[in-house]
Write a protein that binds this ligand. Structure first.
Ligand code: ZN
Length: 179
């Protein structure tokens, strides 16, 4: 399972609106999905969209451990949950917006402050082409919004109120930042 190179903004694919997939349950796509999961984990990151590996198709992978609401500070970290989303669409957004820090695997060495909806509902197909609906809040909702933006050629720096450089070890210390 090869790890694929992650492209930066110098590659125009990252800025293109990605194409809708007609039939996601095809062998070629399964290989791409496996490669994307492996590439995301190796980075490491919490999300990766197909345009980031130079494939202009509406597909993203997300892996994030969302702590349950009101979890005590000293609780065991939850198991990360993997989402494969094909042709995702945000069908509901909270009115409440929250500010948070994001980084992007396509823009290594930078972070920025971005306002996002605090909660979103996402409809998509899973990797077998079955419809799924995800209600995400907090950081998970932020990751979904960041990845779905990638499918429209939008980067977090387009929405950020502020962008700054981060040291390599600082970025590595906070895996929640990179998507
Ligand atoms: Zn990104």
């Amino acid at each position: 399972m090869p790890i694929r190179p992650i492209i930066g903004p110098d590659n125009p694919v990252l800025r293109r609106k990605a194409k809708t997939l007609d039939n996601p349950n095809i062998p070629a796509l399964q290989q791409l999905i496996e490669d994307m999961i492996e590439t995301m984990r190796a980075a490491p990151g919490v999300g990766l969209a197909a345009p980031q590996v130079a494939v202009s198709q509406r597909l993203a992978v997300i892996e994030y451990a969302e702590p349950p609401e009101n979890a005590p500070e000293d609780a065991e970290p939850p198991e990360p949950k993997l989402y494969v989303i094909v042709n995702p669409e945000i069908v509901a957004r909270s009115e409440v917006m929250v500010d948070g820090t994001e980084g992007c695997l396509s823009l290594p060495g930078y972070a920025g402050n971005v306002m996002r909806h605090q909660a979103v509902t996402v409809k998509a197909l899973n990797r077998r082409g079955k419809p799924i609906k995800v209600k995400a809040r907090g950081w998970l909702a932020r990751i979904f919004q960041h990845e779905i933006d990638h499918l429209d050629g939008i980067l977090y720096i387009d929405r950020a109120s502020k962008v700054w450089r981060v040291e390599a070890d600082e970025a590595a210390a906070d895996p929640g930042l990179r998507e």
